[in-house]
Design a protein around this ligand. Structure first.
Ligand SMILES: CC(C)(COP(=O)(O)OP(=O)(O)OC[C@H]1O[C@@H](n2cnc3c(N)ncnc32)[C@H](O)[C@@H]1OP(=O)(O)O)[C@@H](O)C(=O)NCCC(=O)NCCS
Length: 117
């Protein structure tokens, strides 16, 4: 999926430590509107501030490319990711009710946005 996006406004970044992949984000810029498609940190490296560094680097990258706004969606149950996004300056703007399947039913998708400077 990442390879496929390479020619279409790709904004990808991988963070390595000693040649090990520690975290990454990938996003797509369509005429100044960026969608953050995924961001992740290796499970054994989570909770050490790497996710915060990644999202801050991502926002800086967007602002350096004259992006107008950033959009993402996150599962209602993913409180860690929501904390990450809220701390970085994202706001919840909408909800898709029962959007994601879960083991026990369905859960909402929260839509968040960030308006660049
Ligand atoms: C979301 C993710 C990228 C965060 O990366 P990370 O390196 O652990 O993030 P940080 O260490 O910078 O912590 C981010 C914030 O989450 C908070 N946090 C950590 N665990 C938490 C939990 N269980 N509940 C709520 N907040 C939590 C941290 O306290 C921190 O907030 P603070 O700066 O106010 O203290 C990482 O958890 C991950 O890869 N998750 C799996 C993939 C995923 O869900 N990606 C998002 C898809 S939308």
């Amino acid at each position: 999926m990442i390879d496929d996006l390479a020619s279409r406004g790709a904004m990808h970044f991988a963070f390595e430590d000693d040649e090990q992949l520690v975290g990454y984000f990938y996003a797509q810029n369509i005429v100044g509107e960026v969608t953050l498609l995924n961001i992740a940190v290796a499970p054994e490296k989570q909770g050490q501030g790497i996710g915060t560094q990644l999202i801050e680097s991502f926002i800086e990258l967007c602002e350096s490319q004259d992006v107008e706004s950033i959009w993402l969606e996150v599962r209602d149950s993913n409180k860690t990711a929501q904390t990450l996004y809220l701390n970085a300056g994202f706001n919840e703007v909408d909800r898709r009710t029962n959007y994601y399947p879960t083991a026990s039913g369905r859960e909402d998708a929260i839509i968040m946005s960030y308006l660049c400077l």
